[in-house]
Write a protein that binds this ligand. Structure first.
Ligand SMILES: Nc1ncnc2c1ncn2[C@@H]1O[C@H](COP(=O)(O)OP(=O)(O)O)[C@@H](O)[C@H]1O
Ligand SMILES: [Mg+2]
Length: 349
């Protein structure tokens, strides 16, 4: 689990006082689960854990080995369960694949055992509610324009889980959370985009109110799959090459060029869809002054991502006046931080 402390933007400790604002934020992502909690001094602690686990047979030999390797585990029936980042490290030692409870932004139909494991990770990340019924806002994907995604079931499962942990659970769209985290200075007007593993979530927001929210079923995993196909390499190798760091504006060699091509295509696809959906929807707000676009999520971590985004943006006639395109200050944490802002605002959201 990685933990970071950040000072909250735009709100001084004096304004908050010593009382901790109630409410917690939780980003329920396919790759990562991230919790954001406010401390008494007004700073925010963000904790991140991989949304993955590995089961090992509960025999004496395995127990001894895990203890020797100092790998934390929980016992469930006949199995030893290793959670989060530790499961990745162990999977490498064993030459196994970790088990992933979610796929493409939703609970995976292939991983029936996954939900109790996610719960264990979430309990560790969030801790107990500060008071009974404390608000916990959690992220859910928006309806997809190119895939069937049944959000109702997924949302209901997490509402029930958080409620049984003592929280009042509220769902918020992932793109909307990005707006809450990053666009306070523009009065929560603008476009928040989260480029995750399985999907991209987009929210066009006007003064805190989402005017348009949707997701597309391609993002980091889609890049990996296509790069793997055209280069004839395993998908995990493509992921490795991509995460090792590619400058999208100056790719080096055939492999990096393939990665840059699919990145550019993904960004084009996102922009084209925002334009088409905005123009074809009724009751869209009229933006009198230009608003920002902010990008977040693991996929946006690639070098020159924003340069390529700006490049593609310039090529089109975008229907909304845009003041600038930027990267979230902490791309992996912004959804969780936005959920926390929403929780603190409570019913005002
Ligand atoms: N340094 C990096 N460069 C490019 N892509 C990255 C990097 N680090 C992580 N990713 C990609 O980010 C995606 C996961 O991002 P994240 O926002 O955590 O996803 P999710 O919301 O699905 O949990 C994966 O596709 C992963 O390969
Ligand atoms: Mg995400």
């Amino acid at each position: 689990m990685t933990e970071t402390s950040v000072q909250q933007h735009g709100q001084s400790t004096a304004e908050i006082g010593t009382e901790r604002l109630l409410g917690k934020g939780l980003d329920v992502g396919t790759a990562n689960l991230v919790a954001a909690v406010q401390n008494t001094d007004g700073s925010i602690t963000v904790k991140l854990e991989r949304n993955a686990f590995l089961d090992v047979k509960a025999d004496v030999y395995s127990k001894a080995m895990l203890t020797k390797l100092k790998v934390p585990y929980v016992v469930r029936g006949e199995q030893l369960i290793v959670l989060g980042e530790a499961s990745f490290e162990l999977a490498n030692v064993f030459g196994r694949e970790t088990r992933r409870p979610m796929r493409d932004g939703l609970i995976s139909p292939n991983e029936v055992d996954g939900l109790p494991m996610i719960r264990l990770i979430i309990e560790r990340l969030l801790g107990e509610p500060a008071q009974p019924g404390e608000n916990c806002y959690f992220s859910v994907p928006a309806p997809s324009i190119d895939r069937d995604n049944n959000i109702i079931y997924h949302q209901g499962l997490f509402e029930g889980m958080l409620r049984s942990m003592g929280y009042t659970a509220r769902a918020i769209n992932e793109g909307h959370a990005v707006v809450f985290s990053e666009l306070a200075e523009s009065d929560f007007s603008g476009i928040g985009i989260s480029f995750g593993g399985g999907m991209v979530n987009i929210c066009v927001c006007f003064k805190t109110i989402p005017a348009l929210s949707f997701s597309i079923g391609r993002s980091g995993d889609w890049i990996d799959k296509n790069v793997a196909d055209v280069l004839g390499i395993p998908k995990s190798r493509a992921t490795f090459l991509k995460e090792r760091g590619v400058d999208l504006a100056a790719p080096n060699g055939r492999e990096e060029e393939a990665i840059a091509i699919y990145y550019r295509n993904l960004i084009q696809y996102v922009l084209t869809n925002i334009k088409a959906r905005f123009e074809s929807s009724s009751n869209m707000p009229v933006f009198q002054s230009p608003v920002p676009i902010v990008c977040s999520g693991g996929t946006a971590l690639a070098k020159s991502f924003i340069t390529v985004f700006q490049d593609e943006f310039k090529k089109m006639k975008f229907p909304i006046p845009v003041s600038g395109i930027s990267l979230a200050s902490e791309p992996l944490n912004s959804v969780a931080k936005g959920c926390l802002v929403a929780a603190a605002l409570g019913d005002a959201v």
